[in-house]
Design a protein around this ligand. Structure first.
Ligand code: F6R
Length: 646
């Protein structure tokens, strides 16, 4: 394979990093990375303090740096790290949001960091989102001047958006751009929709430091967690710098590094296609991955790959070790073939030497964990139905109520409905009606973006339970099979601010002990660690650790499913459950019952991003991939991977 046109801008520390143009450190998890960076910042502050100089930091908002800020707060409390001589400049602010707005970055920074450390108020700088339109230019210039007067940024912390933005420098931003007013990309607005309770509420503009402003920082550290960032990280690190991916401009900086977790690193060549950058130990998994990759590269089914295809694509040593191609092709073809099963709970009375799931015991006790209502049907609605049809004892566990995702209008409508029922039935002193009346009043009194009262959250949770039950029925699952845990971490928290407590783990542990499942289906294992699926997965993991050694666990397999936005490559799939056109349409109907999760204003949304559309596309894409490899052509496939408790 051809090498990058220019040499990497950092001294590559290993052969397998040769494609990387930015020093990229992969950490076991986000906490480890945050702790290391916090220590670096603490050392910088202390050495500046000793020299009698201030420390000038560039800061970011969003989910990504929250762990870093927690670490800095910890260092302040436990190790007396002082921020008295620290001056901060934030990257950006939404245009049109006042400081008091719950989603303003000014407020975010105070809630997540500044309120918990000893930084003087006058040392904090966040671009002013309320400056009148005709004053924006001057205000942006003044911001830049202030950075310069402070001596320039010593260390700039960055996150990265899925568009490749840094700050709010969206695709199209030039390398020399300065602090300015920008228009937000559609994908960025969609990603912010959850925080703003709907895409329509997300501001269209923001003020951001420019790429040029960022590049003037003496040191830059970009953080990224979770699989959703993997593609954009690989492109920023390995592809030539381009305006269509502003983070790639960081390549030119003399002291930049990326600190990322394993999920965000998963698309780097050294991890995804290691045979392209060095010698590898050809494990069965790697051989399979490389052959599937080769088949996709040369657009030929696996069984038609020739020796020369292997040697022309840097895989001659695989051929030497495990070839010739004919036998290797057949072996890999069979391996993939054996991932396909219409019997996700195991096929009774069948030889299961090559089946993903064991036949015995036949009726299995199955626990399906759905972090929020809808995740179950989105990720595995077809398989869920099959498990039921094939006689398994399935329990669907909704870990959280999902009430944070319900728009107010839906709750108002539900409250009105109860009141109307009350009027129609004429029953006196109906406590349900009194509750609905309270909620309606609270909703009416609520200002846009205010947090919900416990009563409003309760009603929203009830709504989502109703949707979950309707969706289960569409999958022909009896509603009695649903369990709603309403885990406390979620009920007490807000997005980005979830903290796992003992009660969360205890609730899941108790359920595991009660059901003693033979099979568990779960999701969220490689999601952004602050997201609800990731928090829910971590709670399950801790619950499994707590039950280690119990006999049922020896006979329990854990299968991961994924949300439709995160596809597994065919070579990573360990169980592929085909769906007929009919099964796919049942699945879509089930997703459709999660009415509160649909776009509120379909006319302003473009493309394929309704969740049912994504699920349909995702499952059909997997089927197309299998077809292209030369396997049977199905309408759609749901994919799973086995997970082992280490
Ligand atoms: C935030 C910022 C953005 C975010 C990016 C990632 O100040 O400038 O570039 O870093 O959108 O956001 P999260 O961390 O929420 O995934």
């Amino acid at each position: 394979m051809s090498q990058p046109a220019s040499l990497p801008t950092h001294a590559a520390s290993a052969e397998n990093e040769q494609r990387e143009r930015i020093k990229t450190v992969v950490h076991a998890n986000a906490d480890a990375a945050a702790a290391q960076l916090a220590a670096e910042i603490a050392a910088l502050i202390r050495s500046n303090d000793a020299a009698g100089k201030p420390t000038v930091l560039g800061l970011a908002t969003g989910s990504t740096p929250v762990r870093l800020y927690r670490q800095l707060i910890r260092l302040h409390r436990e190790q007396q790290l002082s921020f008295k001589n620290v001056i901060t400049f934030n990257l950006d602010e939404y245009y049109g949001l006042s400081r008091t707005h719950p989603e303003s970055y000014w407020r975010f920074m105070h809630e997540q960091l500044f309120n918990h450390i000893d930084i003087p108020a006058g040392n904090v700088n966040v671009p002013d989102g309320m400056v009148p339109r005709d004053g924006v230019f001057a205000s942006c210039r003044a911001y830049e001047d202030k950075i310069r007067q402070a001596g320039g940024l010593q260390l700039q912390i960055l996150g990265i958006g899925r568009t490749g933005h840094i700050g709010f420098n969206e695709p199209g931003s030039g390398r020399d751009s300065r602090t300015r007013l920008v228009t937000l990309d559609a994908l960025t607005r969609r990603d912010a929709a959850r925080d703003f309770l709907g895409e329509a509420n997300v501001p269209r503009h923001a003020i951001t430091m420019g790429v040029g402003t960022i590049l003037e920082a003496r040191r830059i550290v970009l953080l990224a967690w979770g699989e959703a960032k993997a593609r954009v990280i690989a492109e920023a690190v390995e592809k030539a710098p381009t305006e269509s991916l502003p983070a790639s401009f960081l390549q030119g900086h003399p002291a930049v590094s990326f600190h990322i977790d394993t999920a965000a690193a998963s698309e780097l060549t050294r991890i995804r296609h290691p045979w392209l950058v060095g010698t590898v130990d050809w494990t069965p998994a790697l051989a399979r991955r490389s052959v599937v990759w080769l088949s996709q590269q040369v657009k030929k089914p696996v069984l038609k790959l020739l020796d020369e295809n292997y040697s022309e694509h840097g895989m001659a040593d695989l051929l030497t070790e495990q070839g010739p191609s004919y036998g290797l092709n057949i072996r890999i073809f069979n391996e993939i073939q054996h991932t396909i099963t219409g019997w996700p709970g195991g096929k009774p009375n069948a030889d299961d030497t090559h089946r993903p799931e064991r036949a015995v015991p036949h009726s299995k006790r199955v626990l399906i964990f759905s972090p929020e209502p809808a995740d179950d049907v989105l990720g595995m609605g077809g398989t869920l139905r099959r498990l039921i049809d094939q006689g398994h004892d399935v329990t669907v566990v909704y870990q959280t109520s999902g009430n944070l995702g319900v728009p107010d209008e839906e709750a108002t409508m539900a409250a009105e409905l109860v009141l109307e029922l009350d009027r129609v039935s004429g029953s006196a002193a109906n406590p349900g009606a009194a509750f609905a009346r309270d909620v309606r009043q609270q909703l009416a009194a609520k200002a846009a973006f205010d947090g919900d009262t416990p009563e409003i959250r309760k009603l929203k949770g009830i709504l989502r339970r109703g949707e979950a039950r309707a969706a289960l029925q569409a999958c022909s699952v009896a509603v009695s099979r649903a369990r709603f845990l309403d885990l406390p971490f979620y009920e007490k928290g807000r997005y980005r601010q979830f903290q796992i407590g003992d009660a969360d783990v205890a609730a899941v542990t108790a359920l595991l002990r009660e059901i003693k499942p033979h099979q568990i289906f779960a999701t969220g294992q490689s999601s952004d660690p602050s997201s609800v699926p990731a928090v829910c997965f971590e709670i399950l993991r801790r619950a499994l650790v707590a039950t280690k050694g119990e006999s049922w666990l020896n006979d329990c397999r854990v299968w991961l499913y994924r949300n439709p936005e995160q596809a597994w490559e065919p070579a990573e799939i360990e169980m592929a459950v085909p769906l007929s056109p009919r099964e796919l349409s049942w699945k879509i109907q089930a997703i459709y019952h999660h009415k509160s999760q649909r776009s509120q204003i379909p006319s302003v949304t473009e493309g394929r991003h309704e969740s049912w559309q994504q699920a349909e596309h995702h499952n059909q894409t997997i089927a197309r991939h299998y077809d292209a490899l030369g396997l049977a052509e199905y309408e759609a496939i749901e994919a799973f991977q086995r997970w082992h408790l280490s």
